[in-house]
Design a protein around this ligand. Sequence first.
Ligand SMILES: Nc1ncnc2c1ncn2[C@@H]1O[C@H](COP(=O)(O)OP(=O)(O)OP(=O)(O)O)[C@@H](O)[C@H]1O
Length: 636
Amino acid sequence: MIQSDRGEDPPDKDSKPSTSTSPENGLSKILRLLMQELSLFYSRDVNGVCLLYDLLHSPWLQALLKIYDCLQEFKEKKPVPATPHAQALSQEVVELLLETPPSPEIQELRRTLQAPHFKALLSAHDTVAQKDFEPLLPPLPDNIPESEEAMRIVCLVKNQQPLGATIKRHEMTGDILVARIIHGGLAERSGLLYAGDKLVEVNGVSVEGLDPEQVIHILAMSRGTIMFKVVPVSDPPVNNQKMVYVRAMTDYWPQEDPAIPCMDAGLHFQKGDILQIVDQNDDLWWQARKISDSATCAGLIPSNHLLKRKQREFWWSQPYQPHTCLKSTISISMEEEDDMKIDEKCVEADEETFESEELSEDKEEFVGHGQTFFIAGFRRSMRLCRRKSHLCPLRAGVCCSESSYSAVGAPYEEVTRYQRRPADKHRLIVLVGPSGVGVNELRRHLIEFNPSHFQSAVPHTTRSKKSYEMNGREYHYVSKETFESLIYSHRMLEYGEYKGHLYGTSVDTVQAVLDEGKVCVMDLEPQDIQMTRTHELKPYVIFIKPSNMSCMKQSRKNAKIITDYFVDMKFKDEDLQEMEDLAQKMETQFGQFFDHVIVNDNLQDACAQLLSAIQKAQEELQWVPATWISSDAESS
Ligand SMILES: Nc1ncnc2c1ncn2[C@@H]1O[C@H](COP(=O)(O)OP(=O)(O)OP(=O)(O)O)[C@@H](O)[C@H]1O
């Protein structure tokens, strides 16, 4: 018995299973018991139970299971047909009836037995009873010459989709060969064509001596069924590679790539896209599909090795830019790198006026815009030093490879699905955004919303402690030597210099927050994300983006910017424009690292989105670099 309302019925222990024959292990019985169990949880609103309840309750599933039970029952009975020749028997009866004196019953029986649908039913019955399922093949001709190659005739019905195969000419023999079969395409689904098969005829036209382009033209002109005569390849390639998922770290436009073997079969992707690599048999051209679009057939993408080579060639050939297929990614990372330092320039200019306009010590440090209690990591000096972090002389020695990373780093990053288990430490939450967009405002709201769950890490500084400060509360106060040794031992996730003092956040202080079972929330300059990308921290990066200019003008009417020497300065139009430009550049250069994007227009909405994104990051399946999850990483 299946209930149709939402679990209000009390569990009925004595009720009979749904099928009349009641097989004890019938699926519908199990389903019924499960429903009774679920109805108890349902009223308690246990996460996901409602969804499961609705699913199990759905009429289609119930109907399917009933059919399943009936079939099971039928299978057990092992029915044997009374006769495999019901059609003949029916015909015999009809003839006998002709000889019998007519009566209305006899006439009706004759009509029934001669009705087309009844005849079709008996024909189907006999086919099943005789187990006669094979198609009838014409007999083989007797006089096939011994030397003749075995041929295969393949008929494909062309629909709106491409055939999903590419062809090439054999360099030595001139034969037209199937070069590759695209996964998920018509040819692959037919299971009848393989890479390496030799094409002999297409729709009865011999392809001998034709160029691949001419063959493609014949195919393009064909409508409906296309018949290929092929000499099958002796060893059809077997694809037994394991399925690999990667995150694209660059953009790729096949339409702009003259080297691609078949432009139409190319797959366009953008940095950050997750790709399922379905075939790596070719060293140069892989087949992949986007997981966001997994229903479609695969497309060609350059292999890791080939794309790296293209990136390197692109890098060295500036400003000629032969590889326009990569243009937007790398040209921006090179050309715009200076623009990404907009803040540095501003800060440098400010530095000149800094002596005369120095803020009072208290104003300089106590920036909180209505902060109701003390939260570490929001001090003005720390925030300003972040903007200058590019200029820190120490960085040059330690992080020389960073800027080149985006240009010639690995084009694909292997990823895997990861879901944090409740006992695991929380993932680090990293907020990134152009200066003034509201990263700190959102971070502060989040921590104030639930200070026992969300926390910032206490930064380090080399400046001396002030009378009202406590070591380990506002900052960890350390010597320059200690700070530098943390940098050189790669224990600093971010650092910079401000007014001659070093400021930064160490891995250990972030770990300390995570060890307490809390969610550590930090804001970072995008070029520092790479430092946090370890299996220990498993960062989830959220990009905070400004909305359009007119909305920003409206929502930021009363907002205040933090600067080197002004307190509570209002946003000017240029500031908003600069913010928009910088956001675009950050997205173009570092978008592959962003797990989630939030547009900070209405503050309340953005806070709600942030909260929900963090919850998902901690509780739901996410794509993360495979190196974070490999057994080595887990055990180290
Ligand atoms: N959605 C919003 N609506 C209105 N005002 C906002 C919104 N988000 C932030 N603000 C205001 O904008 C100003 C700048 O925000 P915030 O200090 O958080 O910037 P930021 O991104 O942390 O940049 P920086 O660290 O460089 O100062 C603050 O006055 C803040 O209150």
